[in-house]
Design a protein around this ligand. Sequence first.
Ligand SMILES: Cc1cc2nc3c(=O)[nH]c(=O)nc-3n(C[C@H](O)[C@H](O)[C@H](O)COP(=O)(O)OP(=O)(O)OC[C@H]3O[C@@H](n4cnc5c(N)ncnc54)[C@H](O)[C@@H]3O)c2cc1C
Length: 438
Amino acid sequence: MHVVVVGGGFGGMAGAARLAKLGHSVTLLDRAPTLGGALGQLTHEEFTFDTGPSTTLLPAVVRDLFRKSGRPLEREVELVPVEVIREHRFTDGTSLSLTGGSRAAQKHAFEALGAGLGSQWVAYVDELGEVWERVRKDYLERPWDPALAHRDAAALLKARTTLARTFRRAFGDDRLALVAGHPFTAEGHDLARVPAWLGTVSYVEQKFGAWTVEGGLGGLAAVLTKRLATRKVDVRTSTPVHDLVVSDGRVRAVRTDAGDVEADAVVCAVDPHHFPALRPLVRRTTSTSLPTLTHLGVAGELPAWVAAAGETVLHGRSGEPTLVLRHGGSAPDGHAVLTVQHRGPATGDVVELLARRGVDLRGRVVTRLERSPADLAEAWGGSPLGMQWRGRATVRRRLGPTTPVAGLYAAGAHATPGAGLPFTGLSGSLVAQAIGPA
Ligand SMILES: Cc1cc2nc3c(=O)[nH]c(=O)nc-3n(C[C@H](O)[C@H](O)[C@H](O)COP(=O)(O)OP(=O)(O)OC[C@H]3O[C@@H](n4cnc5c(N)ncnc54)[C@H](O)[C@@H]3O)c2cc1C
């Protein structure tokens, strides 16, 4: 069978590698000159910055992808654990280091914020272990099948409870909600519209920790590109797809400047809103908005507490943006890289804002690159953050892994419960299972 994968971000690459291994003839089309989408790196004046992800949860997803598509990951690149997943600095001057892999360490850290908060936090996370097992088995690791799914899994996906409501019940302190809600607020979601079962991200953080690659996680894109070549995937970069050709309820081809590329099956691993043929299928969904990124090349070192954490969150008072700091990438000797992410209009210069929040880099910034939400959408052809959560209905209003069009499948952030390499990587496995061996 000839399968055309549209979009070579992590989701599309994961699907293409697995489908090729299953014996299909696979063509991967991407509008950009290189593959990876948000997973990648940008070099500017001797500084290399991760453009999107700098750490990943659930390393098993990346390892499984490599093992199932050829040589294991360890033969290509080493995933290294990041001890402090996130450093939170709250507006009242208190702080929390969220470590991965240990319930006891998390309990201790939250207890230091206030008496009883450690118990509140672990009680919240403990309950999510069972939820994770259910959702993982029936929804994330195999295509949803109501006939096979446990009734608890169906009930979880249908439940009205949201994260905002759960946090009000579970936490007696706003800082706990800021920590548990961060993965979603950073992606622009409204916690009052995110289903409560997605709190499982906190469980995954506690249980499996965060991981990265020396020199920046974005380096994984080049390794995967190599894997696609090994698997003989026909990769065509600088090839934007303008629409899908659908007739009699079946997808027949994808439309490019060079003509139609015929296919027995198509995997859409980009924002489906782009394609006129798919818009009616996703009309009740919207894509998540993008943040602003400022990449800074800095002389000297970063503060030790910033350098030690995979991510640092400097919470803002009301009306001020929360700043998210990452340092994935590489710099010349005696220098460091820092990427600052924020949402909404800037309330001043980022370097000044950082200084006011305890990260004083003034006089040490040797290079600087601003990327607005519009710049990022142009570079990535849409939002790598997937669909905006609008309550439980988003699960069925989204496409993927199968769709109502015969021969059409969906992978990537728009086809999964959210952004992130774990979900998008699993989406590649789901389309491969749905299509099956050649
Ligand atoms: C700033 C930022 C930080 C992030 N940090 C993390 C993190 O720390 N950890 C983590 O796990 N995740 C993180 N994520 C999320 C993660 O990067 C994404 O969810 C994931 O990479 C999305 O992969 P994807 O394949 O769905 O889409 P994308 O990465 O968006 O890839 C889509 C691909 O499709 C191509 N394309 C688009 N339109 C067309 C078209 N019409 N024709 C042909 N090709 C097309 C694009 O060129 C691109 O290569 C972050 C995202 C962002 C934006």
